[in-house]
Design a protein around this ligand. Structure first.
Ligand code: PLP
Length: 386
């Protein structure tokens, strides 16, 4: 079976996790700051806060930016539901901006048009969440310029994108955002089993994220609002959660980080081979913006349905029948039943819906062999009858 994505676990990863299990600190120990430091050094962000998932990171990022009832968060429909759900956790409302047909990322032109309209109707968003789909960064410079003009905050959902770069600078440096979020789910670029991280250059946001991650409790006298009773004393100064990562996970993260650059380079090699071998197929291959160095979390092909007799479903099923576990990223969020109940309708974001009707994520992971790639290509050739 060839999966669309999978983790790479080495003996040194296993040793790192076992090392923690034999130590005194299974959680709240030294591996957490060590992992955070390695990501800070890699990305150049000032602060990094490890949490138990990217979903948790998105939630506390919204809270740290004071998203609440009556506020709007906008994101792309072409994402995992968590990019939108984070607003609903805070009692805020969600809306979407359709995608750019070339990058499949949130389109800055459509964003601007929607902002002009929202300004007239007095319902501008408080937060915009650009998602770096497949690891290719969004047009952050354009989105940042709009944030300056219209006064919204930016959370980059970089769940696909650790190890990538935008304009030659590492994704995660928060140059064009308030907070950037990574995911370390096993299908992503590096893994901690479950896990995520929130990065920021803003000291106050980092303090708030730290409180929200752990019950709103602090032992730092500078953050306390009442005098300290004694050395046992901690104080709850906000309403937080338990979104902490364990030290086993963080140690795995530290170990995985040592291979991040190599992983992304391997993904680029696999993408280059696909680009070459699929060039004559009736497919649209991933277009890459010259400003971007994708982390290549996913390799998405789009069927040119006017050039093949096979339907999207038939191609998908033919590949799965050959145990090539292709997938689809993503079902447009606004078409999910939960969002339909909130009033969204099919037809609202046609570019995302058109993409959904044609897209297939074919297998892509750093340890994928040339032979496995050939199997995928042969199965596609058969399914598309080329
Ligand atoms: C995976 C993913 C998430 C959620 O990540 P978890 O770590 O599983 O919570 C959020 N957004 C996007 C775009 C993702 O791909």
């Amino acid at each position: 079976m060839i999966r669309y994505g999978q983790q790479d676990i080495t003996q040194s990863d296993i040793d790192a996790v076992i090392g923690v299990m034999k130590s005194i600190n299974l959680t709240q120990g030294p591996s957490i700051p060590q992992f955070e430091k390695s990501v800070v050094e890699y990305t150049g962000a000032k602060h990094a806060l490890a949490v138990n998932s990217a979903t948790s990171a998105l939630h506390i990022a919204c809270l740290a930016l004071e998203l609440g009832q009556g506020d709007w968060l906008w994101t792309t429909p072409n994402t995992f539901v968590a990019s939108a759900n984070c607003a609903l956790y805070c009692g805020a409302s969600v809306d979407f901006v359709d995608i750019d047909p070339r990058t499949y990322n949130l389109c800055p032109l459509k964003l601007e048009a929607k902002l002009v309209e929202a300004a007239r109707e007095n319902r501008l968003p408080k937060i915009v969440v650009p998602v770096h789909l497949c690891g290719q960064p969004c047009d952050m410079q354009a989105i940042f310029a709009l944030s300056q003009k219209y006064g919204f905050k930016i959370i980059e959902d970089a769940s696909h994108a650790i190890g990538g770069a935008y304009q030659g600078e590492p994704i995660g440096n928060c140059q064009f955002s308030d907070i950037t979020v990574f995911s370390f789910h096993p299908v992503k670029i590096i893994t901690t089993a479950e896990g995520g991280m929130a990065l920021t250059n803003d000291d106050d946001l980092a303090t708030r994220l730290g409180l929200l991650r752990s019950h709103g409790i602090t032992r730092d006298p500078d953050l306390m609002t009442q005098p300290m009773d004694g050395p046992w004393y901690y104080q709850q100064v906000a309403l937080g959660f338990n979104y902490r990562m364990t030290d086993m996970q963080a140690a795995l993260g530290v170990s995985q980080m040592t291979r991040l650059t190599q992983y992304v380079a391997q993904r680029h090699e696999i993408a280059a081979r696909y680009n070459e071998l699929l060039a004559d197929f009736p497919l649209t291959l991933p277009w890459q913006h010259p400003d971007s160095y994708s982390a290549y979390h996913l390799y998405v092909i789009r069927l040119q349905l006017d050039k093949t007799r096979a339907t999207h479903l038939q191609v998908f099923e033919a590949l799965r029948a050959r145990e090539i576990m292709v997938n689809l990223h993503y079902i447009p969020v606004h078409t999910q039943p939960y969002y339909q109940k909130m009033g969204f309708r099919v037809g609202l974001f046609p570019e995302s819906e058109k993409y959904y009707a044609e897209a297939i994520s074919i297998p892509m992971y750093p340890t994928m062999s040339e032979d496995e790639q050939r199997q995928v290509i042969n199965a596609l050739r058969e399914a598309l009858d080329v």
